[in-house]
Design a protein around this ligand. Sequence first.
Ligand code: PMP
Length: 404
Amino acid sequence: MSVWSAAQPRACFPLLTQQSELIWLDSAATTQKPLAVLDAERAFYEQINANVHRGAHRLGHAATEAFEAARSSVAHFINSPSRQQVVFTRGATEAINLVAHSWGGSQLQAGDEILISMLEHHADIVPWQMLAARTGAMVKPIPLTDALELDLDALAAMLSPRTRLVCVTAMSNVLGTRPPLSRIIAMAHAVGARVLVDAAQALAHDVIDVQALDADFLVFSAHKVFGPTGIGALWARMELLEAMPPWQGGGEMIARVSFDGTTYAPPPLRFEAGTPAFAQAVGFAAALNWLQQQDRSAIAAHETALYQQLAAGIAHIDGVHILGAPHDKGPIASLAFATAHPYDVAQFLDNADIAVRVGNHCAEPLMQALQQHGTLRVSIAAYNSAHDITRLLAVLAETLELLA
Ligand code: PMP
């Protein structure tokens, strides 16, 4: 395995080369974009811009081809058996809302249960609560152990024939925890429940293979994988998509429309009403292609080494610790302080050109379980270097001394 050097990827990211002092440790909120993504969108607008799936002209055909090729790239990236199983959405949030409306609205009824991991982002909680309010289904949280892992014994006790869906993240956006997905999926399937995996954080770090994973639904956003904002995707089993009714009506999603009745297009177009984000889809594909051209196992080893450097450094600074030490963890850390306020610390870091995130990270139930009002989150990506972590640790130590 080759060694990853962050200097070369940093050079691919115009914002990071132009702001050479900036240390970006907020990639879990959004990643920076490589030139390949900016170039791909610009080339699309300059050379083939036209609406898709409708033009009776050369550009319309070229744009449709580029859009559908982008769908193929996304499908290939997650090893989907077919590109028809990739539905473009505005992001992970919209993808979950789509499943809740369409699959949940048509399949769930009073008495059914949706089990949601305590690690989830609000995007994987609130749509299910809204569905529960409409259908009478019940939402139940899967608790954490004292070590802040998902409690699989509790899950085993909660699973029953009433369980229709289990929602779980592939990587917590707060703690970095990677729950044991294969085990959870097998446990859920054993009682006939479906599983939705939120891969919004994991996709930039882990190789995700939907066939090996055996989940039923998988969601993600482009902007957290070096791609543009405004686009993401839902992947689902074909038989589920085929049985799911549309959730939004409009152009693109129909087979025929008349005032006597309308018929719908097959998936994925059935779920893509209106003009899709086609230029962003091309940028999304460019981001995934860029990532695929890199040595992904070297990136993963590099990110783990940076995380370990961070953890070792934090252990030597008084008044701060990393929350949770899960067995399997991605390069995301939430820091808790003995006395300092995370917002004050983040302000000092920002003054030193170090960008982190503070707050509840759209995971209030998890914050309640952690008994924290908010944390300071450090999230690492391929373009970070050992220098970034050394500098963060130095400024953090100085700041905590100053605030003591
Ligand atoms: N799930 C997780 C784990 C996330 O971190 C996020 C974004 N913070 C989302 C879902 C929602 O993603 P988006 O806002 O791009 O739809």
